[in-house]
Design a protein around this ligand. Sequence first.
Ligand code: HAM
Length: 419
Amino acid sequence: MIKAVTGTKDILPSEINRWYYLENIVKEVFTNFNYKEIRTPVFEETSLFARGIGEETDIVSKEMYTFLDRSETSITLKPEMTAAVVRSYIEHSLGTLQPLNKLFYISPMFRQERPQAGRFRQFHQFGAEAIGSTSPLLDAEMIEMSYNIFKRLGLKDLVVKINSLGVPQSREDYKNKLREFLSDKKDKLTEESRKRFDKNILRIFDSKIESDQEIMKDAPLLIDYLDEESKTDFEVVKEYLTKVGIPFEVDSALVRGLDYYTKTTFEVISNKVGSQSALCGGGRYDLLIQELGGKPTPGVGFAAGMERILLACENEKSFTLPDPSIDVYLIRIDKGLESTVAGIASLLRSQKLSVDFDYLSRSTKAQMREANKSNAKYVLFIGGEEYSRGELLLKNMADGQQKTVSKDEINKIISEVKK
Ligand code: HAM
């Protein structure tokens, strides 16, 4: 039997309402903040991600789904949206239409990571990017939007972590400090961290290995080496979050796994989903647009993993949805009335009612069971004595009340059901 590829999963009809619920909240919150949706292709030229995210990052060096298409172009299934949104922003000169573009997306992403709870190879993100302003209020707005979405979903057990990575110059100065600090401890680091020492020293903070963490706990902190501008911007972010009542922790070890960040970065962590605990992550990327060939333009954004969020909601039982229902189930009492039933269904459906009937030539009793299973608000009986008198019988399933309606007056059924 052919099965879904490792790390991918089907979203079945029994789960889809939870996805709709999440997507609706996402769209509502982004609309509250006046973000407009952008949709980009599922694949891009590989160089976009290599240049955008950084060659040395785990995503680019180990996780991308990259292949040559039939014209020998190197194509990559998008592992994240920021580079794709920036590509589109530059290509369509969105910056000339308005100075600040506030964009959001909901889209599948692809990373060949080791699958585990909350980690997939095809997963879905929603996210936002604000391109065109250096205002730290936008950094805070990203945190606020993600937090609002999580609150509306009823999630409670959350921690907002924030940090500032400063501008490249202050970060370079700091990296030198870190190199100095680690120079006589390098041999004690794990092999992975020793590699990071040479390639991307900040990522040593990401190590989950205790011996690495023990060494890093006395390391100098980036936050103490920030340039003045990053410092003031970070203060504005903290002040705003306090003002709007969003609790946060400053975590100076929060370095994020993508190279494009400058200044503010953040993650929201759930304590209810196991080791893959970041529900979202983001930050400012003031140099990425020029890096990808656009005019120097600042940007900030975040993205959130939807599978992980729904897992957190399930584990916290943060919301429950009513069972799905339909407006009317049509029950055919006599054989030979199949096309009459289908015709009435068509009329009712054209009036925006959700309607179903039996396609399997089942008995009246089996049809009644099906009506109950589909949670029909009304059942319409077609056939029997009523039908020979030219009438149909409409039953309200909530109170058991029945009424007969002439079969030429379907409008009456429609207004009764819509009442
Ligand atoms: P990221 O931290 O790589 O950032 O991903 C954001 C979120 O996507 C994570 O916090 C997690 O919830 C989810 N996620 C990532 N990988 C997986 C996976 N394999 N399975 C399930 N969920 C996953 C970015 O993608 C940046 N583009 C965020 C950003 C936007 N920064 C600025 N603008």
